[in-house]
Write a protein of this length. Structure first.
Length: 312
């Protein structure tokens, strides 16, 4: 077919390049998605030698810091000692000038001051109160101590003394002579020595204890002696108190002791279970009173069939 003579023949329209690209080429030119990782991040990996150098550097830094802190502490401690020494320990305002002593007993104030180991003129703040307390507690007659600094110049001493509840007349062992024939003993069993030339207190007398069992300033471990002390505490509160003479207690042997009656009789007790024995003795006393009889001897050591004798 012939072309139209009037038609204008121009260049043929070109296809788009994208249309001419092959499918795999078009996929390559697609815009890749941006990475979500932050840019400009340095990822460094240290080898073994670098790690060792870093560890050594940290150890050295730690030692340096510790040494610096120790030096600061030492300087601070020395400085504090100087400050305390100047302001407190060598300050004349805190010089000990007087003692304030409270005591009720047989220990004199001069004896307490000497035993305390403290002298007028010492620095009150430099004293060791624990040491002063220990010095006073070495006295046999001292039961408790309280020490206080009363600024600026007074040391307060409160002493509680042991209170004797009985006298002990120990029996000398064979071939020995007693240096001290009589001792005091308090309710807890501490043995106390009377002062030279002292008039003895009027107290119950405990006999029958060996001199080997009596040590001044120490607490007795003798069970019969401790039972006698318990008796002296409990008997005055019992119902049988009027039928007993508390002026003397004799330890007869292991586990038993004897008490006298106002009419010269004898009551033998066991070392333990005093309350039960008081009840049994009260039954006997009640029986004797109702029948007009007087008890002469009672042996409470058997658990049953108590032997009893009467004066009439």
């Amino acid at each position: 077919m012939l072309a139209d003579p009037g038609a204008v023949v121009g260049p043929l329209p070109q296809r788009s390049q994208s249309m001419n690209l092959r499918p795999w080429t078009r996929w390559l030119v697609r815009r890749r998605p941006r990475s979500r990782r932050p840019r400009h991040v340095l990822h460094a990996k240290m080898n073994g030698k670098a790690q060792a150098r870093e560890f050594s550097r940290r150890i050295g830094l730690g030692i340096l810091v510790a040494a610096s802190l120790s030096m600061v502490a030492l300087v601070t401690s020395i400085g504090m000692d100087v400050i305390l020494g100047t302001l407190l320990y060598r300050n004349a305002d805190f010089t000990l000038r007087r003692f304030q002593i409270e005591q009720q007993g047989r220990i004199g104030k001069g004896e307490l001051v000497n035993a305390a180991g403290v002298k007028i003129g010492q620095n009150l703040l430099h004293l060791s109160l624990d040491e002063v307390t220990a010095n006073l507690q070495r006295l046999p007659n001292v039961a408790a101590v309280r020490i206080e600094r009363r600024l600026p110049d007074t040391l307060y001493i409160l002493v509680e003394e042991r209170r004797p509840v009985a006298l002990i007349c120990p029996t000398p062992t064979a071939g020995t002579t007693l240096a001290q024939p009589t001792y005091y003993i308090d309710a807890r069993g501490y043995v106390l020595k009377p002062k030279p030339g002292e008039k003895l207190m009027s107290l119950p007398i405990i006999r029958g204890i060996s001199s080997d069992e009596v040590v001044e300033g120490e607490r007795t471990n003798n069970p019969e002696l401790r039972a006698a002390l318990n008796f002296l505490q409990a008997a005055p509160l019992s119902q049988v108190r009027d039928g007993l003479d508390f002026s003397s207690i004799r330890i007869e042997g292991p586990g038993r002791f004897v008490i006298a009656t106002p009419r010269g009789g004898k009551i033998r007790f066991r070392a333990g279970q005093l309350g039960e024995q008081f009840d049994r003795l009260n039954v006997i006393f009640t029986y004797a009173e109702h029948h007009g009889r007087f008890v002469h001897t009672v042996d409470l050591t058997p658990e049953r069939n108590v032997p009893v004798t009467f004066l009439n």
